[in-house]
Design a protein around this ligand. Structure first.
Ligand SMILES: [Fe+2]
Ligand SMILES: [Fe+2]
Length: 310
């Protein structure tokens, strides 16, 4: 039972309101982003990467009392919409093995340490002999979302396993990795924002679980982003935009990004969202990007080379 009558009730997103109006929700989102996407946090997560190259250590999760998750912990989202957001998130999380192995292949020759971080190591027959840290952390996400769903509805669902677009090398591995890496950063950023937004709309144990997902996604996003800036120092916004909108297989998928977005909108039941839900999600994306961009400006070549070498 939640104590929501007292004005002093706080949770991870700051002040908790039973029926928040738009600005109150926005304040909760801002407080979350200021805390989890702060400059200090981002620097800390990036500086952790060279340490993880040496001694990979999965980040331990706090103890979760799964039975304590219930509908009363959802704030200001229609429960049906909340469930479709969970399904939408599941849709991007699975199948993690496919993702990690594709990334490993793009990195293998260009940066073996990062290849190992994302996809582990394989023997000469291509069998996985060690899991990558990225996979170890990410593979907890799908079961977590399934458990939340089951705890709320009493129903078990199975994620639709999409086929991952695998490793498709051209004769320019450097450019291949750039395009691939950019999509990875975009996915981690999307997941970060979605889970932060969900945290603002939940409290109690449900919010505690989502915090673990947020921490993982921010950790990965930051590492991929900073590593990318180190590897591709003179990338302007224009090149980023062009790369995200362009695909090598023009007739196969004319616009990969927009297609993915459209599919996501369908799964998320976007049409059923309240105006406040839509606007606060947009706010989350914009405000988090602003924080990342300020941090990005401080990623000087000298600083990055002190972490990853020349
Ligand atoms: Fe994830
Ligand atoms: Fe992720």
């Amino acid at each position: 039972m939640l104590i929501t009558t007292s004005l002093s009730t706080e949770d991870l997103a700051g002040q908790l309101y039973l029926q928040p109006h738009y600005l109150q929700t926005q304040r909760r989102i801002k407080s979350l982003i200021d805390r989890y996407v702060s400059h200090e946090q981002l620097c800390d997560r990036l500086q952790d990467l060279p340490l993880q190259f040496q001694h990979p250590q999965p980040r331990p999760w706090k103890q979760i009392d799964w039975q304590a998750i219930n509908y009363n912990q959802i704030i200001s989202i229609n429960p049906e919409v909340f469930l479709s957001v969970l399904v939408g998130a599941l849709d991007t999380e699975a199948p993690i093995r496919g993702y990690t192995q594709t990334s490993r292949q793009y990195l293998e020759n260009l940066h073996p340490q990062m290849a190992r971080f994302v996809g582990g190591t394989v023997d000469e027959n291509g069998n996985l002999t060690e899991l990558g840290l990225w996979e170890k952390e990410e593979r907890q996400h799908t079961p977590t979302l399934l458990k939340i769903y089951q705890q709320l509805t009493g129903e078990k669902i199975t994620p639709t396993l999409r086929t991952v677009r695998g490793y498709l090398p051209t004769d320019n591995p450097h450019e291949d990795l750039y395009r691939h890496g950019l999509h990875r950063v975009a996915t981690e950023y999307g997941a970060t924002c979605l889970y932060l937004w969900l945290m603002a709309h939940t409290t109690g144990t449900l919010q505690d679980v989502l915090e673990e997902l947020v921490l993982d996604e921010i950790n990965h996003m930051t590492k991929f982003w900073g590593f990318g800036v180190w590897l591709y120092p003179d990338t302007g916004l224009l090149r980023i935009g062009k790369t995200l909108m362009k695909t090598r297989h023009q007739n196969y998928a004319r616009n990969n990004l927009l297609r993915t977005l459209k599919r996501m909108m369908g799964t998320l039941k976007w049409d059923a969202w309240s105006l406040s839900n839509k606007t606060t999600l947009m706010f989350t994306f914009i405000y988090a990007m602003r924080c990342l961009w300020v941090w990005n400006d401080k990623l000087t070549p000298e600083y990055l080379q002190s972490l990853f070498g020349e």
